[in-house]
Design a protein around this ligand. Structure first.
Ligand SMILES: *Cc1c(COP(=O)(O)O)cnc(C)c1O
Length: 222
């Protein structure tokens, strides 16, 4: 068995049945994704639209593609034909553009709202109060080609597990409140290689794992 297949097997064995695994393949060559595919993985996460589109073109069409990175409005059109879920939506403007492009392809694109939970200063993500206002707005309810199906967050990059746990827990509370009002919201996207065990213990339904499957990334050569 190759290393990627072995890593996948080990991670899957540690995930409860209700937790979905997004294999984060950003910067990795198509051969690595093929190995994961051959090992049964069908959900991949990327953070650059151009790179994801090249991989989508090259790989089998039963893969579910998740955009996990920050999205520029003018690039939505390139992934609209195929993207399944966009994890980091943080504005009405972006939702409207996703809806417009999805409509052109007669598709419904799933969107997660990215919520700011880390204490460290992050440029991206909304406050939970902004997210509530957005999701309840008439403007969003009129968008027929998007479906808001989850919330996503990233904890502070720290060794302090209590802090990570508390940041995840804040998002879980918000997720529960929101999902009671909006039954279409079923996914809590928290947990990466370094903190997915904490995320699962805190109610994650979807983990986004990269380096523990594919090995460390080398950004210099990507
Ligand atoms: C890169 C990335 C991940 C995966 O990170 P690893 O630490 O390699 O597991 C998860 N989520 C987002 C948003 C990312 O950009």
């Amino acid at each position: 068995m190759n290393v990627i297949a072995a890593n996948l097997q080990q991670i899957r064995a540690s995930l409860p049945a209700h937790v979905t695994l997004v294999a984060v393949s950003k910067t990795k060559p198509i051969t690595d994704l093929s190995e994961a595919y051959d090992a049964g993985q069908r959900i991949f996460g990327e953070n650059k639209i151009q790179e994801m589109t090249q991989k989508w073109e090259a790989l089998p069409k039963d893969i579910e593609w998740h955009m996990i990175g920050h999205v520029q409005t003018n690039k939505v059109k390139y992934m609209a034909p195929y993207v399944h879920t966009i994890h980091a939506v943080d504005s009405l403007k972006l939702l409207k553009e996703i809806n417009k492009q999805a409509l052109k392809h007669d598709r419904i694109i799933h969107c997660f709202l990215q919520i700011k939970i880390a204490q460290e200063d992050s440029k991206f993500g909304m406050h939970s109060s902004e997210a509530t206002t957005l999701i309840n707005s008439e403007a969003v309810q009129a968008l027929s080609n998007i479906r808001i199906t989850g919330v996503m967050g990233m904890a502070t990059f720290t060794e302090d597990t209590a802090q990570i746990q508390s940041e995840f827990d804040t998002l879980r509370q918000f997720f529960i409140t929101l999902s009671e009002q909006h039954p279409s919201i079923t996914e809590l996207s928290i947990g990466m290689s370094g903190d997915y065990k904490i995320a699962i213990a805190t109610g994650s339904t979807m983990v986004r794992i990269g380096s523990s499957i594919f090995g460390a990334r080398n950004y210099q050569h990507s």
